[in-house]
Design a protein. Structure first.
Length: 223
């Protein structure tokens, strides 16, 4: 009766799902555009940060293509409140991470923080949920309060468009440097396009000292 009143359907194709703990059906998962370079050196994600941010590795599980299946799934996560989907995709990313990061080689996961206002409006941070999915597979702790993204208060009425972007996007604040000093961290986000925001957050994390930094994202824009 519950299945009739509240049908559980695939977030991608809307077909009925038999498993209550899944948000995407098997065929749709198999059709997602995997990059195939997770864990490989000199891949397209790493190249975004060359000469900008010292990283041990950077990787992406999927390609993000406009109008594609991944865009639809991310829309479900960001704008339709599908938290379970974010966790499920995080598990997929976690399985890939476990294949090229040896047990004990990472200390913690750091979800890229949202602006507090945006997180309040959405009700959650999608990078946090993806990290929780990774954690379920790898057992790594999720450290969410190490770095924050404070609300922007400086007036921007006299700033140009580029100045406004730089003024907002580049602001992160390291709250607990002692906890991460000397640690090996995996910075996590949903999508990487230019890498500017991850770069800014990564630079802030490095201020703690003796940090070994990796990046993992669910998808990279383009193919």
């Amino acid at each position: 009766m519950l299945s009739l009143l509240f049908p559980h359907t695939c977030a991608s194709c809307q077909s009925d799902l038999l498993e209550r703990d899944s948000e995407v059906c098997g065929p749709c998962l198999l059709d997602l555009p995997e990059t195939g370079f997770t864990g490989l050196p000199d891949n397209p994600v790493e190249k975004l940060f060359w000469g900008r941010l010292p990283l041990q590795s950077a990787s992406s599980l999927y390609y993000f293509n406009k109008g594609g299946a991944i865009q639809k799934l991310l829309h479900e996560i960001k704008y339709k409140g599908n938290r379970d989907l974010a966790i499920q995709l995080g598990k997929n990313l976690g399985k890939a991470i476990a294949q090229f990061h040896a047990p004990g080689s990472l200390d913690a996961l750091i979800p890229l923080p949202l602006f507090p206002k945006k997180e309040r409006q959405r009700g959650y941070n999608q990078a946090q949920l993806i990290s929780e999915g990774i954690s379920l597979v790898t057992g790594l702790p999720v450290w969410s309060d190490i770095v924050i993204r404070p609300e922007h208060t400086e007036t921007q009425t006299k700033k140009g468009r580029l100045e406004r972007w730089k003024n907002i996007e580049g602001k992160f604040e390291l709250k607990d440097p002692d906890t991460i000093k000397g640690k090996t961290l995996l910075l996590v986000d949903d999508v990487v396009t230019t890498g500017a925001t991850l770069d800014s957050c990564g630079q802030e994390l490095l201020k703690a000292g003796n940090i070994t930094l990796h990046i993992a994202v669910l998808c990279i824009a383009g193919s």
